[in-house]
Design a protein around this ligand. Structure first.
Ligand code: HEC
Ligand code: HEC
Ligand code: HEC
Ligand code: HEC
Length: 195
């Protein structure tokens, strides 16, 4: 009989945890770390048109379709080059900056840093970081800007958001929101009073 009990216990223990979620997962193989990459939105390099692709996403036209290097802009669209006709009115609400604080005046496909160094549109984050050091540092450490994918880079890759996915470069201030009414407090208004 004691033998039987011992055997039962032994077998029962071998079944592992009653709650399977408490089991240890398989050991993570010491795989080479996957990359952490920044997603580059299409707005950095193309303007959306009203046309949509099969997924419903707007089809973009590359900046380079119309803009080229100094003095050689490819085409001037119908309206005698009036930017308001092409790009609409751009209202700049960004700390009193001038357009050319960010855009390269001689090549509209590019941005530039304060020292004049030209920057591809896709690298706009360096431009933002130049003036917003604390946020860029927080971003580097993962405390600003969010992420999807894996913390553990051995398991899979991580994708970070680009600054301009959350902050419109021409008007970065988050809009004011209407505060929601407070929740009905069960202590201040006990159920007997509210029902
Ligand atoms: C379909 C053609 C077209 C496309 C695509 C296009 N632009 Fe333009 N853009 C124009 C025209 C036309 C003007 C006005 C004439 C000019 O300044 O060259 C203009 C003007 C501008 C200006 C100057 C605005 C001002 O008020 O001084 C900037 C900056 C600019 N574009 C940037 C871009 C960027 C960045 C992209 C891509 C994200 C882009 N454009 C895509 C046609 C285009
Ligand atoms: C803080 C930097 C910054 C300043 C200042 C700025 N831009 Fe831009 N601009 C950008 C970035 C970055 C983009 C790329 C588009 C995006 O990500 O939304 C852009 C895009 C554009 C485009 C392409 C089409 C569009 O609407 O997205 C035009 C045109 C443009 N800017 C014109 C201007 C004009 C005109 C001014 C001044 C009134 C200006 N920008 C000031 C950073 C700036
Ligand atoms: C040349 C310097 C400069 C560059 C480049 C720049 N900014 Fe700014 N930014 C400013 C200034 C100045 C303010 C205004 C600060 C204030 O009003 O307190 C500001 C304000 C902001 C704010 C806060 C708005 C608010 O009022 O809460 C955000 C968000 C922001 N910028 C994002 C960006 C992003 C994203 C980029 C890159 C596309 C960028 N900035 C590039 C100078 C810059
Ligand atoms: C996932 C969205 C997201 C991304 C990506 C993001 N931010 Fe922000 N950012 C926010 C939100 C939300 C706030 C407002 C939170 C707050 O006030 O604490 C903010 C606030 C800011 C402010 C204003 C801070 C203040 O105290 O007023 C600046 C400047 C800024 N972000 C710059 C950047 C820069 C530069 C990048 C890229 C390196 C970036 N952000 C990427 C969401 C984002």
């Amino acid at each position: 009989m004691p033998l039987f009990t011992a055997l039962t216990l032994f077998l029962a223990c071998d079944q592992g945890f009653v709650d399977p979620s408490r089991e240890y997962g398989p050991p993570v193989p010491d795989a080479p770390a996957k990359v952490s990459r920044v997603h580059v939105p299409t707005s950095l390099g193309a303007v959306d048109t009203p046309r949509r692709d099969i997924h419903g996403a707007p089809i973009g036209v590359s900046c380079a379709t119309c803009h080229a290097g100094p003095g050689e802009d490819a085409i001037v669209v119908g309206d005698n080059g009036n930017p308001e006709q092409m790009h609409g009115t751009i209202e700049l609400l960004h700390g009193g900056l001038a357009c050319d604080a960010c855009h390269e005046p001689t090549d509209r496909r590019l941005l530039h840093l304060a020292d004049g160094a030209k920057l591809e549109m896709a690298e706009a984050m360096q431009l933002c970081a130049q003036c917003h050091g604390p946020q860029a540092r927080d971003y580097q450490k993962g405390a600003h800007g969010g992420m999807t994918g894996y913390w553990d880079l051995r398991q899979g890759e991580r994708v970070r958001n680009h600054c301009v996915e959350c902050h419109a470069p021409h008007s970065p201030k988050p809009p004011q929101v209407q505060p929601a009414p407070r929740a009905v407090d069960r202590v201040v208004f006990p159920a007997s009073e509210t029902h």
